[in-house]
Design a binder for this molecule. Sequence first.
Ligand code: 0X9
Ligand code: ZN
Length: 435
Amino acid sequence: MARLSVLVFGIVGLWTQVCCLENDKYDEYSLIRIYPTNGTQVETTNRFQDPEHLIEVLKGSRGINDSLDLLVAPHRINYARQFALNNDLRFELKQKEYGRAFETVERVPRRRVLRSFSIYDYNSYTAIQDYLETVARRHPELVTLQLLGNSYQGRRVKLVKISANPNTGNPIVFIDAGIHAREWVAPAMALYLIYRLTNDPEAKQNELNGVDWYILPVVNPDGYEFTRSSKANRLWRKTRSKSNGNCFGVDGNRNYGFKWAVSGVSNNPCDRETYAGPKPFSEPETQMVRNVMLENAKRLKLYISVHSYGQYLVYPWGYTGDFVPKEWKKMDSLARSVSDAVQRAGGKPFRVMSAGKWYPAAGGSDDFAFGAVGVPYSYTMELTEGYEFLFPERLLKTVLPQFYEGFRVFGAQIKKEFKNSRSPRDSESVSSIED
Ligand code: 0X9
Ligand code: ZN
């Protein structure tokens, strides 16, 4: 008996160690920011790599005075400090014991598992699906759900189509969110959009008058649920597909088939961040977004992929910073109006530029929409600043309504420029493609 209990306690003890060491991996890590102050330093900064893989890059520098954000294991802090010193970069130890701030299912199991959907919370995939069904049931005259397919692990992915006049062939605004698993504020924004568009009494006369809104709130549900499953997984970015080697996931925003893998990608399936995949559109998640774009190509006038973080609003090209498309000015000035509206509502302004000038990275959905599908306005929107990927839930109530004002400006421009611009014949032919 004594032997048995030693054995049981031994196993339990070992399990606790393995489980919780791994789960608390980031508890002792520090958040470090390194600031470049000229162009050469920006490049040097973005070449940073830790040969021991004990430093994770949270965010590359996006220009002068924009920080490289690093998560650093305790005994690698000096390595990061030395890198800054050697290259004459400003070094800031922003926060010690960074992982202790992570709040996950594991940390607050009862509250989070049991409570139901709330628009100002971070919700589970299941709660989100239930919410979408409820919205469709409550507003059958406005909302249709289209099942696009299944994620790699078999989760259903549904597109929310909001239209006051589904047969008029209105221009379409297509918004997706959550291709990057850890960027929780993005799905929260998409859901808030659905909530406002279906609940505001004036939305029918304004936002939905002459424009159809297609919203895909969680493109990468496997990744999203993975980041909710434990503290160690909170910063996962990619999908969860399994590669030949024993590694998981593809960066969905490097997987689109336009100028695929020409810049800013990794070819290594084990790279935690920017693996472009074995081929373009290798992932069911990016295939589903592509299909929405292609099936609605004629009416699709604005595409926005919602991400976090950094408060950026960027447009093509993303694959190169050497030049911009000839239509850049229109995209630039609309983005600035959106930023102004968010600021008027009390929010922070967006930094507006072409994605490639920020940092070149190919295979993004914004470039595919603009370059391959011909969508006239295409953006990636990076929400929030100051909290990295851990934007506090308690602040959603403040920022989501502010960002919503920006989306209203987007909608108004599409209405002004494209409403009724298509003949009824065109809309007939398009709806027959959709059916
Ligand atoms: O790198 C990305 O995929 C996006 N930033 S994030 O921090 N959310 O990962 C920016 C994508 C901008 N667009 C392109 N490079 N095409
Ligand atoms: Zn992202």
